[in-house]
Design a protein around this ligand. Sequence first.
Ligand code: SF4
Length: 313
Amino acid sequence: MSYSSPLESRLAKKVTRALADYQMLEAGDRVMVGLSGGKDSWALIALLDVLRQRAPFEFSIVAVNVDSGYKDYEHEQIRDACRARGWELHVEHTQIGSVMDDLLEPNATPCSLCARLRRGVLYRLADSVGATKIALGHHADDFIETLLLNLFFGGSLKAMPAKLVSDDRRHVVIRPLVGVLESEARAYTKAHRLPIISCCCPACGDLSLQRQRIKRLVLELEREHPGVKQSMLTALGNVVPSHLVDRRLNPPEALRADPKVRAMLDRTDEAAGTAHADEAFAALIPIVSGRQWRAEIGRGASGASGAPAGDEA
Ligand code: SF4
């Protein structure tokens, strides 16, 4: 089976690469695609369906649509488009929109609460449709924007995981479009005449949101210096821990040798890629901070050396 266009061929290769690099799929998987009706989720399900027909192992796809309860949301169009292509779809009607109205203060940014509520619904739906993986349509631009949002406003250097195991280890979330640009997802969805549906959320497109500001910033930079976006994407996979100043990434040798610390570092390695990663990493902070690690080492072997030059006490 050949690809329908050079664009499909390019995007299929990008998605295949992500699937392989992060070991997102395995034989027998039932992949639940979060299908909002936006351009990204349409591109995701269409590309996964193309790859499903070419894959050397079998997996199945089921789409779920979480209706937040906004008036005028045209989920019927989503249903029709899926039916025409033979894609299995479950529509879940919720009151997420009005729950947020009740919980949020006026002028509060609704997106993180919205994401948490929708995530809860997706986990429940994954159980009810028997899904082994939950695929979300976040693309390369989302990864870049999240990185900058955390850097500028969150005080941390992180984007989002391409693959995440939930806290209780019962759900695995994958983001196969990690290498696909937003413009590519839009072009692919349009080329396949999939109906792009507005989510009807009042915050959608609100230019005062920090994410929209970041989007404009990246757009302006890309116009001035074509390739900036690709460079940021490459940077996400090209981290140099020794050139950051997070002590957890570079514990001094003497500290690494301590059995208690060694056990904690092992735990951090084991938790990598799971929802426990941040928690395990954070547990190292008090131990590897300058004063405390000396105290730790001092307790085990007084007079231990190995402190880096200039490491203030
Ligand atoms: S724009 Fe609306 S639908 Fe989108 S994440 Fe924010 S609150 Fe949710």
